[in-house]
Design a binder for this molecule. Sequence first.
Ligand code: ZN
Length: 212
Amino acid sequence: MNHTGSIQLFLDTCHLIHAKGLVSGSGGNISLRCDDGILITPSGRSLESLKEEDLVLLQMDGSCTCPNGGIPSKEWRMHLACYHARPDVSALVHVHSSNAVAVSCMKDADSSCAIPVYTPGYSMRVGELPLLPYMTPGSVELCDHVFPLIAERNSVLLANHGPLAVGRSMEEALNIIEEIEDEAKLFLLLGDRGIAMTKAQQNALPSHGLRF
Ligand SMILES: [Zn+2]
Protein backbone atom coordinates (compact mmCIF):
# COMPACT_ATOMS: atom_id res chain seq x y z
CA MET A 1 0.00 0.00 0.00
CA ASN A 2 1.49 3.34 -0.95
CA HIS A 3 1.30 6.56 1.01
CA THR A 4 -1.27 8.24 -1.25
CA GLY A 5 -3.64 5.28 -1.19
CA SER A 6 -3.38 5.06 2.58
CA ILE A 7 -4.50 8.58 3.35
CA GLN A 8 -8.17 8.30 2.44
CA LEU A 9 -8.50 5.01 4.30
CA PHE A 10 -6.82 6.61 7.30
CA LEU A 11 -9.05 9.69 7.31
CA ASP A 12 -12.20 7.61 6.74
CA THR A 13 -11.28 5.47 9.76
CA CYS A 14 -10.65 8.52 11.95
CA HIS A 15 -14.07 9.94 11.08
CA LEU A 16 -15.77 6.54 11.51
CA ILE A 17 -14.25 6.01 14.97
CA HIS A 18 -15.56 9.40 16.06
CA ALA A 19 -19.00 8.80 14.48
CA LYS A 20 -19.29 5.47 16.32
CA GLY A 21 -18.68 7.24 19.62
CA LEU A 22 -15.50 5.36 20.40
CA VAL A 23 -13.66 8.62 21.15
CA SER A 24 -14.56 12.10 22.32
CA GLY A 25 -12.69 15.38 22.46
CA SER A 26 -9.12 14.83 21.30
CA GLY A 27 -8.98 11.31 22.76
CA GLY A 28 -7.80 8.23 20.89
CA ASN A 29 -5.15 7.77 18.27
CA ILE A 30 -4.60 5.47 15.30
CA SER A 31 -1.76 4.64 12.93
CA LEU A 32 -1.23 2.85 9.63
CA ARG A 33 1.93 1.41 8.14
CA CYS A 34 2.55 2.61 4.57
CA ASP A 35 5.49 2.60 2.13
CA ASP A 36 6.95 5.86 3.43
CA GLY A 37 6.64 5.16 7.15
CA ILE A 38 3.75 5.17 9.61
CA LEU A 39 0.83 7.58 9.32
CA ILE A 40 -0.32 8.63 12.79
CA THR A 41 -2.88 11.06 14.18
CA PRO A 42 -1.59 14.39 15.51
CA SER A 43 -1.51 15.39 19.15
CA GLY A 44 -4.39 17.39 20.61
CA ARG A 45 -6.82 17.10 17.70
CA SER A 46 -10.24 15.50 17.41
CA LEU A 47 -10.39 12.56 15.01
CA GLU A 48 -13.68 14.04 13.76
CA SER A 49 -12.20 16.85 11.70
CA LEU A 50 -8.76 15.65 10.61
CA LYS A 51 -7.64 16.43 7.07
CA GLU A 52 -4.77 15.11 4.99
CA GLU A 53 -2.43 17.98 5.90
CA ASP A 54 -2.92 17.28 9.61
CA LEU A 55 -1.52 13.75 9.47
CA VAL A 56 1.97 13.02 10.76
CA LEU A 57 4.35 10.64 8.98
CA LEU A 58 6.41 8.84 11.59
CA GLN A 59 9.54 6.78 10.97
CA MET A 60 10.58 3.70 12.91
CA ASP A 61 13.42 5.69 14.50
CA GLY A 62 10.91 8.19 15.95
CA SER A 63 11.58 11.06 13.54
CA CYS A 64 8.50 12.59 11.92
CA THR A 65 7.16 15.11 9.41
CA CYS A 66 3.81 16.89 9.12
CA PRO A 67 2.75 19.33 6.37
CA ASN A 68 1.14 21.78 8.79
CA GLY A 69 3.75 21.43 11.53
CA GLY A 70 1.71 19.21 13.84
CA ILE A 71 3.32 16.74 16.21
CA PRO A 72 2.37 13.07 16.58
CA SER A 73 0.03 11.78 19.27
CA LYS A 74 1.80 11.75 22.62
CA GLU A 75 1.30 7.99 22.54
CA TRP A 76 3.50 7.59 19.44
CA ARG A 77 6.09 5.55 21.32
CA MET A 78 3.46 2.91 22.07
CA HIS A 79 2.58 2.71 18.38
CA LEU A 80 6.22 2.27 17.38
CA ALA A 81 6.74 -0.39 20.06
CA CYS A 82 3.83 -2.38 18.60
CA TYR A 83 5.16 -2.15 15.02
CA HIS A 84 8.61 -3.21 16.22
CA ALA A 85 7.01 -6.14 18.08
CA ARG A 86 4.84 -7.17 15.13
CA PRO A 87 6.26 -6.79 11.61
CA ASP A 88 3.15 -8.63 10.38
CA VAL A 89 0.64 -5.92 11.38
CA SER A 90 -0.19 -2.74 9.48
CA ALA A 91 -2.62 -0.86 11.68
CA LEU A 92 -3.17 0.15 15.30
CA VAL A 93 -6.33 1.57 16.88
CA HIS A 94 -6.32 2.94 20.42
CA VAL A 95 -9.44 4.55 21.90
CA HIS A 96 -10.77 5.75 25.23
CA SER A 97 -14.24 4.23 24.75
CA SER A 98 -16.58 4.45 27.74
CA ASN A 99 -17.44 0.81 28.38
CA ALA A 100 -13.92 -0.54 27.99
CA VAL A 101 -12.51 2.30 30.11
CA ALA A 102 -15.12 1.61 32.80
CA VAL A 103 -14.07 -2.05 32.93
CA SER A 104 -10.41 -1.01 33.03
CA CYS A 105 -11.14 0.97 36.23
CA MET A 106 -12.89 -1.84 38.11
CA LYS A 107 -11.81 -2.89 41.57
CA ASP A 108 -10.62 -6.49 41.77
CA ALA A 109 -10.22 -6.73 38.00
CA ASP A 110 -8.76 -9.95 36.61
CA SER A 111 -5.47 -8.86 35.05
CA SER A 112 -5.25 -12.02 32.92
CA CYS A 113 -8.82 -11.74 31.58
CA ALA A 114 -10.29 -8.29 32.09
CA ILE A 115 -13.64 -9.09 30.44
CA PRO A 116 -15.37 -12.49 30.71
CA VAL A 117 -15.69 -14.21 27.35
CA TYR A 118 -19.44 -14.27 26.69
CA THR A 119 -19.71 -14.54 22.91
CA PRO A 120 -18.07 -16.56 20.10
CA GLY A 121 -17.09 -13.47 18.06
CA TYR A 122 -15.28 -12.01 21.02
CA SER A 123 -13.62 -15.31 21.78
CA MET A 124 -12.26 -15.58 18.24
CA ARG A 125 -11.10 -11.98 17.85
CA VAL A 126 -10.01 -11.17 21.41
CA GLY A 127 -10.16 -14.07 23.86
CA GLU A 128 -8.73 -13.55 27.33
CA LEU A 129 -7.81 -9.87 27.31
CA PRO A 130 -4.89 -8.92 29.58
CA LEU A 131 -5.17 -5.78 31.71
CA LEU A 132 -1.99 -3.78 32.23
CA PRO A 133 -1.72 -1.74 35.45
CA TYR A 134 -1.98 2.01 35.08
CA MET A 135 1.12 3.67 33.63
CA THR A 136 1.51 7.21 32.34
CA PRO A 137 0.24 7.49 28.73
CA GLY A 138 3.13 7.98 26.33
CA SER A 139 5.73 6.79 28.85
CA VAL A 140 8.61 4.49 28.04
CA GLU A 141 7.47 2.31 30.94
CA LEU A 142 4.09 1.74 29.27
CA CYS A 143 5.78 0.89 25.94
CA ASP A 144 8.04 -1.60 27.68
CA HIS A 145 4.98 -3.41 29.10
CA VAL A 146 2.87 -3.27 25.93
CA PHE A 147 5.67 -4.65 23.73
CA PRO A 148 5.80 -8.26 25.03
CA LEU A 149 2.00 -8.56 25.14
CA ILE A 150 1.47 -7.30 21.59
CA ALA A 151 4.29 -9.59 20.44
CA GLU A 152 1.99 -12.48 21.44
CA ARG A 153 -1.53 -11.22 20.81
CA ASN A 154 -3.54 -8.50 19.05
CA SER A 155 -5.08 -6.55 21.89
CA VAL A 156 -4.56 -5.33 25.43
CA LEU A 157 -6.53 -3.20 27.90
CA LEU A 158 -4.69 -0.39 29.73
CA ALA A 159 -6.01 0.26 33.24
CA ASN A 160 -7.77 3.62 33.76
CA HIS A 161 -7.06 4.37 30.11
CA GLY A 162 -8.50 2.18 27.33
CA PRO A 163 -8.04 -0.63 24.80
CA LEU A 164 -5.40 -0.99 22.08
CA ALA A 165 -5.60 -3.34 19.08
CA VAL A 166 -3.38 -4.15 16.12
CA GLY A 167 -4.38 -5.77 12.84
CA ARG A 168 -3.20 -6.69 9.38
CA SER A 169 -5.55 -3.96 8.18
CA MET A 170 -7.28 -0.95 9.70
CA GLU A 171 -10.60 -2.78 9.43
CA GLU A 172 -9.24 -5.73 11.37
CA ALA A 173 -7.84 -3.55 14.18
CA LEU A 174 -11.11 -1.60 14.42
CA ASN A 175 -13.16 -4.81 14.49
CA ILE A 176 -11.17 -5.95 17.53
CA ILE A 177 -11.72 -2.62 19.28
CA GLU A 178 -15.48 -2.85 18.63
CA GLU A 179 -15.60 -6.42 19.96
CA ILE A 180 -13.88 -5.24 23.16
CA GLU A 181 -16.23 -2.28 23.56
CA ASP A 182 -19.34 -4.44 23.01
CA GLU A 183 -18.16 -7.20 25.36
CA ALA A 184 -17.28 -4.62 28.02
CA LYS A 185 -20.82 -3.24 27.71
CA LEU A 186 -22.25 -6.74 28.20
CA PHE A 187 -20.06 -7.19 31.28
CA LEU A 188 -21.36 -3.93 32.77
CA LEU A 189 -24.98 -4.84 31.91
CA LEU A 190 -24.72 -8.34 33.33
CA GLY A 191 -22.79 -7.60 36.50
CA ASP A 192 -22.48 -10.88 38.37
CA ARG A 193 -25.43 -12.46 36.50
CA GLY A 194 -23.48 -13.40 33.35
CA ILE A 195 -22.48 -16.90 32.29
CA ALA A 196 -19.16 -16.86 30.47
CA MET A 197 -18.26 -19.38 27.77
CA THR A 198 -16.31 -22.36 29.04
CA LYS A 199 -12.78 -23.12 27.85
CA ALA A 200 -14.16 -26.13 25.98
CA GLN A 201 -16.72 -23.97 24.18
CA GLN A 202 -14.01 -21.50 23.23
CA ASN A 203 -11.59 -24.19 22.10
CA ALA A 204 -14.26 -25.66 19.81
CA LEU A 205 -14.30 -22.44 17.76
CA PRO A 206 -12.26 -22.27 14.51
CA SER A 207 -9.73 -19.94 16.12
CA HIS A 208 -9.49 -18.23 19.45
CA GLY A 209 -7.91 -14.94 18.81
CA LEU A 210 -4.46 -14.47 20.19
CA ARG A 211 -2.76 -13.79 16.90
CA PHE A 212 -4.14 -14.49 13.44
ZN1 ZN B 1 -4.71 6.80 25.24
